[in-house]
Design a protein around this ligand. Structure first.
Ligand SMILES: *[C@@H]1O[C@H](CO)[C@@H](O)[C@H](O)[C@H]1NC(C)=O
Length: 427
């Protein structure tokens, strides 16, 4: 008892001595301050370096700041929108934050996409930031330095022509009207604000496609807008294991059934894309999501009409390799004599999905390449990812997979699924 008491006393004395020495030695203090400053600088440099090098880090604080800036513009009558009162009151729509990092791969990071909570559910907030092709609506005359806006009917014409030119889509009259929905027609300032916001949103591919194809339910539904922000539903992403090494790993029967089901839903989705002549130029499994048991694709930045993609790929830019004429997964060929991209799209949605999602690579097998996959399915997938024979090649896209092949794949998947269902009843 005394020994431990003694040693405790000694220890205490030493500690006191140390702290005293520490406290009163200016050299030590200086050393400490310097070390601390050094660590802090390194930490700061690290953060700045990370932010600059990856440029796709989203800070929740910045999202909040962005929203409050937009709300200030709303209170200053610079912007309008049906969703502004709810967005800015802060009680119905709240908890603005970045999307979780695991859902975004490097390629697909969208700096203008955030999450928020609206009542009981999460929603997506997207900011329609003008891109390089943005065209201004108002013009300023040099004499009076005055801004001139088109009239309402002129504006309707501008929008109609814009959509015709960019997407090769003829808009029905009622579709155009429901798209415009201009507000505050009696107040010149607010009316112009409303027109400016509408024009910003319309030039955003994601907003436009969601609005134009609302009733088809193939893209996330737009719930509301405020200025150049728009809010859409958040899809339930299809969930898969992060690392799928099925060749070595066992896959549960229930999981395998889920893979088959998702694959069939994706094929159905491609059918919708084909009917509306849409081309998907960057397809990721994480991009698919389910809403009310319907498959949708959430990232519309790389989806557009086939006509628009054909024009984009064959714009005559200089090229050395075929890759120079591609746009993400949409591929085309470089003309070896003129060194120009003059050919339109050569592959198609089905080929892209087979290659990237269903088959995958040896390192990252697709969702249909598992130890339970029958050899016949694997052979179909191979033909679909790299169609060669006449029957497998799409009639209009020489690197694309044909409708007949899609039907075969579909039948194969449903037959495997049904077989599993019937065998599991008796086993
Ligand atoms: C490549 O360009 C040349 C010269 O413009 C043209 O004559 C030729 O037909 C083109 N080839 C292909 C395969 O498009």
């Amino acid at each position: 008892m005394t020994i431990t008491g003694n040693s405790a006393l000694v220890l205490h004395g030493r500690l006191k001595n140390m702290t005293r020495r520490f406290r009163f030695s200016p050299r030590r203090r200086q050393y400490c301050v310097l070390t601390f400053a050094g660590i802090l600088t390194m930490l700061l440099l690290g953060i700045v370096g990370y932010a600059i090098s990856s440029m796709h880090y989203c800070f929740d604080v910045l999202v909040e700041w962005k929203i409050s800036k937009i709300c200030n513009q709303y209170y200053g009558n610079e912007i309008t929108g049906y969703m502004c009162p709810e967005l800015c009151a802060g009680d119905t729509i709240s908890e603005f934050h970045c999307q979780p990092a695991k859902q975004t791969s490097e390629y697909h990071f969208n700096p203008n996409r955030f999450l928020a909570r609206k009542a009981q559910q999460f929603v997506v907030v997207k900011h329609a930031v003008p891109d390089s092709s943005y065209e201004k609506l108002a013009w300023v005359d040099s004499r009076h330095q005055e801004e001139h806006y088109p009239s309402e009917s002129e504006y309707g014409g501008i929008v109609r022509r814009y959509i015709e030119l960019r997407y090769n889509i003829q808009l029905p009259f009622d579709k155009l009207n429901s798209l415009l929905k201009l507000k505050n027609k009696n107040n010149r300032i607010l009316f112009h604000a409303s027109m400016r916001n509408s024009w910003n949103l319309i030039q955003n591919n994601e907003y436009l496609l969601s609005r134009l194809y609302e009733e088809k339910e193939i893209f996330p539904q737009v719930i509301g807008t405020c200025g150049d922000l728009f809010i859409t539903e958040l899809l339930d992403t299809v969930e898969f294991d992060e690392r799928r090494y099925h060749f070595t790993n066992h896959i549960d029967l229930s999981k395998w059934r889920y893979h088959l089901k998702v694959a069939v839903l994706i094929l159905d989705y491609l059918e919708e894309m084909a009917q509306n002549r849409f081309q998907m130029c960057s397809v990721l499994l994480a991009g698919f999501g389910i809403s009310d048991s319907r498959m949708k694709y959430h990232d519309l930045r790389y989806i557009t009409t086939e006509a628009s993609i054909d024009r984009r790929l064959s714009d005559g830019r200089w090229c050395r390799h075929d890759d120079d004429c591609s746009y993400h997964d949409c591929r085309s060929r470089c003309n070896a004599t003129s060194h120009q991209c003059t050919t339109g799209l050569l592959n198609n949605n089905l080929q892209i999905v087979c290659e990237k999602i269903f088959r995958g690579t040896a390192k990252e097998p697709g969702i249909l390449v598992t130890e339970k996959s029958p050899a016949r399915l694997l052979r179909i997938l191979e033909r679909c990812a790299q169609p060669v024979s006449r029957a497998d090649v799409d009639s209009s896209r020489p690197w694309g997979a044909s409708k007949a092949l899609k039907k075969q794949l579909y039948n194969e998947l449903t037959s495997i699924y049904e077989h599993l269902a019937s065998s599991s009843i008796y086993s």
